[in-house]
Design a binder for this molecule. Structure first.
Ligand SMILES: Cc1cc2nc3c(=O)[nH]c(=O)nc-3n(C[C@H](O)[C@H](O)[C@H](O)COP(=O)(O)OP(=O)(O)OC[C@H]3O[C@@H](n4cnc5c(N)ncnc54)[C@H](O)[C@@H]3O)c2cc1C
Length: 173
């Protein structure tokens, strides 16, 4: 369930074990809003931030038992590095991007591809060429997803909630 407002959203996701994880999303200065020292202090600040929202949505914040501050960081789109023989990066370390459904999938795919490349290579020269080729492929694909997720985040937490809702129609189309 996702509810979008001006520069903010409340998203509830059913998890295993009968839990519902709720994301209160908004743009703010880093670490300004969530003082982890007290659950009630955090709750009060969140309720003030979402003041005026419908009661069933606010109930998700009222009944929360623990709050975790998760600022979103991202590496620049098209981030690459000078190849270093004997070492590489994959997953978030290589291309941290907004959490819009791509990061874990990319990390798993890259793990499989790198393993395949390493197993298929014969000798140090071939191994290095294989890792270079892996990096080139990963960078190109990650750049595409970094751009998609950055643009998605711009719309999901934006001054125009209708733009956020329309994004779901576009993804389904
Ligand atoms: C709120 C949220 C929702 C998301 N939803 C999705 C989704 O729906 N679909 C999707 O595909 N992706 C999603 N992602 C992104 C996904 O979680 C990440 O892209 C993915 O976990 C990256 O995997 P990774 O192995 O590269 O890094 P991580 O999962 O961060 O793993 C790195 C590990 O290294 C450990 N570590 C760090 N430093 C050291 C050290 N010095 N020594 C030893 N260990 C160390 C860390 O503790 C961690 O366990 C979401 C992310 C967030 C934050």
């Amino acid at each position: 369930m996702a509810v979008y407002g001006v520069n903010r959203a409340v998203v509830a996701q059913r998890n295993s074990g009968g839990h519902v994880k709720v994301y209160a999303q908004f743009r703010t200065e880093l670490h300004k809003d969530l003082d982890p020292s007290g659950v009630e202090a955090v709750r009060a600040r969140l309720l003030a931030r979402f003041d005026g929202w419908a009661a069933p949505v606010l109930d998700l914040l009222r009944h929360g038992t623990a709050f975790v501050d998760r600022p979103l960081y991202a590496l620049p789109v098209s981030h690459t590095w000078a190849h270093v023989p004997g070492v590489t990066l994959l997953g978030d370390a290589a291309h941290l991007m907004p959490p819009l459904g791509a990061g874990a999938n990319l990390a798993l795919l890259e793990g499989a591809e790198l393993a395949e490349a390493v197993v298929a290579a014969h000798g140090p020269g071939e191994l290095d060429d294989a890792v270079r080729a892996f990096e080139e492929r990963m960078w190109a694909r990650a750049a595409r997803w970094a751009e998609i997720t950055a643009a998605g985040l711009e719309r999901l937490v934006s001054p125009d909630p209708a733009a956020a809702v329309a994004l779901f129609d576009e993804v389904q189309a």
